[in-house]
Design a protein around this ligand. Structure first.
Ligand code: NAD
Length: 254
């Protein structure tokens, strides 16, 4: 049986664990060669080892997505290694659980550098390679909080709203290049990010996680459940979808 992503090269940012790690493994299982890119190189290497041990193809790359030179080098390195790029999962993200009154301008910029500017720069340097192929699928990780507001998360909500709408703008500009651009918008998902949030809010982690389950399906998501949606958007199964905001949140914003 031909796997849906056979002969395709995929980049996964924030691929060292959490949603990115689960997606890197799932894309590889489905035939893609995966470039796992993260600031956490040893985490990426672990994911790559797992992929290779189960018969897949992958390579780890260290990148600080807040740095344009790093992004340029990353894209160049991947093209040197694998010749083409077909799928880009812009997934890395950070959160600061603060109001307008207690976030500094520098912290605001950091959230936007990683959550928004890095997506712009990754697209800027990857799209010319997708044009050469004549096709591409870009998936950007938004959030339920890109579609509605949330408490003590001003910079995060603003950045994820930007991700959802820049996805639409990219889809309009690059549809004629046969490059599809969609966002995946998870609700609370069982990753390190939720632990970070609990710590930032000085809440007990288990209590915070229990509260995260307060949605129609009465539980948090698991990274693999977001990865399944990304696989769908990456593959030809979603061939007529572009500019969409796919919500995967157990009914959270319903
Ligand atoms: N977990 C959730 O509940 C949830 C909900 C909605 C959206 N999201 C989004 O999902 C995405 C993945 O997050 P996750 O939940 O897997 O959390 P995570 O913290 O496990 O993953 C984030 C990854 O981004 C990487 N990263 C951070 N800054 C970077 C930088 N400057 N350069 C390169 N890599 C960097 C981290 O090393 C990490 O591997 C994020 O965009 C997040 O905003 C998560």
């Amino acid at each position: 049986m031909t796997r849906s992503l056979e002969n395709r090269v995929a980049i996964v940012t924030g691929g060292s664990g959490g949603i990115g790690g689960a997606t890197a493994k799932l894309l590889a299982q489905n035939g893609a060669t995966v470039a796992v890119a993260d600031i956490d190189f040893s985490g990426s290497e672990k994911v790559v080892k797992e992929i290779i041990a189960s018969g897949g193809q992958a390579k780890a790359y260290k990148v600080d997505l807040a740095n344009e030179e790093d992004i340029k080098k990353l894209v160049l390195g991947i093209v040197e290694d694998f010749e083409h790029i077909d799928i880009l999962f812009n997934n890395a993200g950070i959160i600061k659980r603060t109001t307008c009154l207690d976030i500094s301008a520098q912290e605001w910029d950091m959230v936007f550098d990683v959550n928004v500017r890095a997506i712009f720069l990754m697209c800027k340097y990857v799209i010319p390679h997708m044009r050469k192929v004549g096709a591409g699928s870009i998936i950007n990780t938004g959030s339920g909080w890109g579609l509605k507001g949330g408490g003590r998360a001003l910079s995060y909500c603003a950045s994820k709203g930007a991700v959802v709408n820049m996805t639409r703008a990219l889809a309009i500009d690059h549809g004629p290049d046969n490059i599809r651009v969609n966002s995946v918008n998870p609700g609370d998902t069982n990753t390190q990010m939720l632990v970070n949030e609990a710590n930032q809010l000085q809440q007990e982690v288990q209590t915070f996680l229990a509260e995260s389950a307060d949605r129609p399906l009465k539980r948090m998501g698991e990274p693999i459940e977001i990865a399944q949606a990304v696989l769908f958007l990456a593959s030809d199964d979603s061939s007529f979808m572009t500019g969409s905001a796919l919500v995967v949140d157990g009914g959270g914003i319903a």
